[in-house]
Write a protein that binds this ligand. Sequence first.
Ligand SMILES: C[S@@+](CC[C@H](N)C(=O)[O-])C[C@H]1O[C@@H](n2cnc3c(N)ncnc32)[C@H](O)[C@@H]1O
Length: 319
Amino acid sequence: MATIRRRNTPLKDAIAHATRAIDKATELEVKYINSFKGRGLFAKVPYQKGDFIVEYRGELISSQESERRRGIYHSKCTVFMFDFCWKERMWCIDAAQEDDSLGRLVNDDHIYPNCKMKRVIAEGKPHLCLFALRDIKAGEEITYDYGGSDWPWRKQAKVQETASDTLSSEEVPQSPSPSKMQAKVQNTVADTLSSEEVPHSPSFSEMQAKTQETGADTLSSEEVPQSPSVSEMQAKTQETSADTLSSEEVPQSPSVSKMQRMWMYMRTMTVEQHVGQGHKVRIIQNVIFHITHTHIHTYINIYNLTFRLKLYLLVMCLE
Ligand SMILES: C[S@@+](CC[C@H](N)C(=O)[O-])C[C@H]1O[C@@H](n2cnc3c(N)ncnc32)[C@H](O)[C@@H]1O
């Protein structure tokens, strides 16, 4: 195998190509593979492990703009939108535009990928670049692992392998849903980026989970009041209810013991005097209820009482 002279380190090579928005057009070629897989990118020259191969070039947009475009793009286009994390924010390389860039045509291989995606910062902007995982021979298809495990073409390939030895996995791929594409590609970036080169970019759901975890981890007990237990909650609710009720709603008893005594007496008297007269008993009970809660209601209800009882209550209150 011919020795390849590197003019630059792979990182510098990637930056040089990314900043000028050019591909290694003489070293790579696009070939149509089949109707399922579509096109693919192939090496025309051998590459060494670690070499920069190609940039996944497109328009750098915010996650908000990415969401907006997903709403209006056809699914065949959204599959070319590559979400990633940079500076603790989500970004997207929108490569939906059919231009001459080569990176957007690299297919998935989760078993024997020969490249991996890395994020490279050039002139203050992030770029997604593919680097060789191993030596690549001329004529080989350039691939990387999109990540995940449920890509439709992978499942179909397995079914086909089982059903027929004559069909290769390459012959039965299917397009993934756009949302799955995002997640898988993000995972791939996250998995393959070294901490030195670029921070990992998790998927949206991972981001959310991480944000929550981080939030929880970084907040001290002082900052985040702890959740009370159920009993504490109940106690708190009762306290709160009591606190929020006005004196009109829950008037204080002036003298509970006196009231209690009065209640006992009235109860006895009522039973003695109004036995058989259920409605009066209910009136008395009503009065007593209010006595324990409010003088006002007591006095109102007292008009319903017998003269003797009124007199007694007056005396008791004046005591
Ligand atoms: C970024 S594009 C790659 C270029 C694409 N093959 C084309 O012709 O435009 C991703 C799409 O390629 C197809 N693809 C990628 N890897 C595949 C594989 N291993 N088998 C089958 N189809 C694949 C899927 O349709 C996927 O939606």
